[in-house]
Design a protein around this ligand. Structure first.
Ligand code: PLP
Length: 360
């Protein structure tokens, strides 16, 4: 294990910050007459199961983290929970990057929120494009980062390209970059063959952060729950600057339900069905004339290169089938990103595409 002093990586004002202390921080007992948080003691105007919606939720999501820790084989203090993993992205940038001074490094084409969150914080971007086969250009990454580069965002499986990054390349970055954090966004990790490989790096690299979300495989996008997994010092810093009650009671309650074994099995069943549908879709798509290339996918979507993406995109919209046009994104010329739908939805898509193919 490398030694890295996380405190010195943190922005000075954040390291010195005295965090907000909520009512639930100052008294942690569960029994008693609670007259400390200005809640409505009579009840809530809305009722959901037996939930006490009139009370503020647990600010540190203790029960949920304990269950997640058990499932992921790490300690609860290595888990930060966010209002979607987008919140973790935003807090990482705010905790570690001094505005107008520090940089983050990203590898386009990739997820758009890294750039947006950095720009909101007035943090400059360094961009090292992926190679033509969408892998890390490690040599250029090592030549590009500077002492002001505080975070390197990698996304594996990557959005919008769909592929895993080679573990070997990720390790080259980790071995050579020790003055900031490496973040691997694992939003689509449930769809790949070996979902725990990247996590095995956590024990070796104290500056590694993994991001996970319940929005994709788990089918809980509406609940807004994401996680950062990292060593406890990094997690403490994120906890210090997060909004006190960032995970609401409904989300904590339903996420705990989702982690019961029969619900986990349900997620696995969804993943299996999505993979089956992906194979069916690929096998049918390759037969169309307008398809130039279907990129290999470790995720729940396909990136496809077509003859004329703008034309096909507009045609599909007219047929009320909405896909993502990624053709303006670097290295993704004439590419559409298609999320795997249900068997029925995919059949409809193929039917409409067959008509399009016929008139080309
Ligand atoms: C969808 C997605 C997210 C967003 O996750 P939320 O938990 O819904 O905020 C994060 N990263 C990538 C790469 C994604 O595609």
């Amino acid at each position: 294990m490398q030694t890295i002093d996380i405190q010195t990586l943190t922005r000075k004002n954040i390291a010195q910050l005295e965090p907000y202390s909520s009512a639930r921080d100052e008294y942690k007992g569960k029994e008693g007459i609670f007259l400390d948080a200005n809640e409505n003691a009579f009840g809530s105007v809305v009722e959901v199961e037996n939930l006490k919606l009139n009370r503020y939720p647990d600010p540190y999501q203790t029960a949920l983290k304990e269950r997640l820790a058990e499932i992921w084989g790490i300690s609860p203090n290595q888990i930060f929970l966010g209002n979607g993993s987008d919140e973790a992205i935003d807090l990482l940038i705010r905790a570690f990057c001094e505005p107008k001074q520090d940089h983050i490094l990203i590898c386009p084409p990739t997820y758009g929120m890294y750039q947006v969150s950095a720009e909101i914080q007035n943090v400059a971007l360094q961009k090292v494009n992926l190679t033509p086969d969408f892998q890390l250009d490690t040599q250029t990454i090592l030549q590009t980062f500077t002492p002001q580069t505080k975070l390197i965002f990698l996304c594996s499986p990557n959005n919008p390209t769909g592929n895993l990054l080679a573990l070997h390349d990720i390790e080259i970055v980790l071995q050579n970059y020790t003055h900031g954090l490496v973040i691997i966004d694992e939003a689509y990790i449930d769809f790949c063959e070996n979902p725990t490989l990247q996590q095995s790096l956590l024990v070796k690299y104290p500056n590694l952060v993994l991001l996970r979300t319940f929005s994709k495989a788990w089918g809980m996008a509406a609940l807004r729950l994401g996680a950062a997994l990292a060593n406890s010092e990094i997690i403490q810093i994120l906890n210090k600057i997060k909004p006190p009650y960032n995970i609401n009671e409904l989300t904590q309650h339903f996420a705990l339900q989702a982690l019961q074994s029969e619900k986990i099995a349900r997620k696995e069943m969804f993943v299996k069905k999505i993979k089956q549908q992906k194979t069916i879709l690929v096998d049918s798509l390759v037969k169309f004339q307008f398809i130039e290339y279907i990129y290999p996918s470790d995720a729940n979507f396909l990136l496809v290169k077509v003859k004329n993406a703008q034309d096909l995109f507009a045609y599909l919209i007219k047929k009320q089938i909405i896909v993502r046009n990624r053709s303006n994104v670097v290295l993704c010329e004439n590419c559409l990103r298609i999320t795997i739908g249900t068997a029925h939805e995919n059949a409809m898509l193929l039917q409409v595409l067959a008509q399009y193919d016929g008139v080309q």
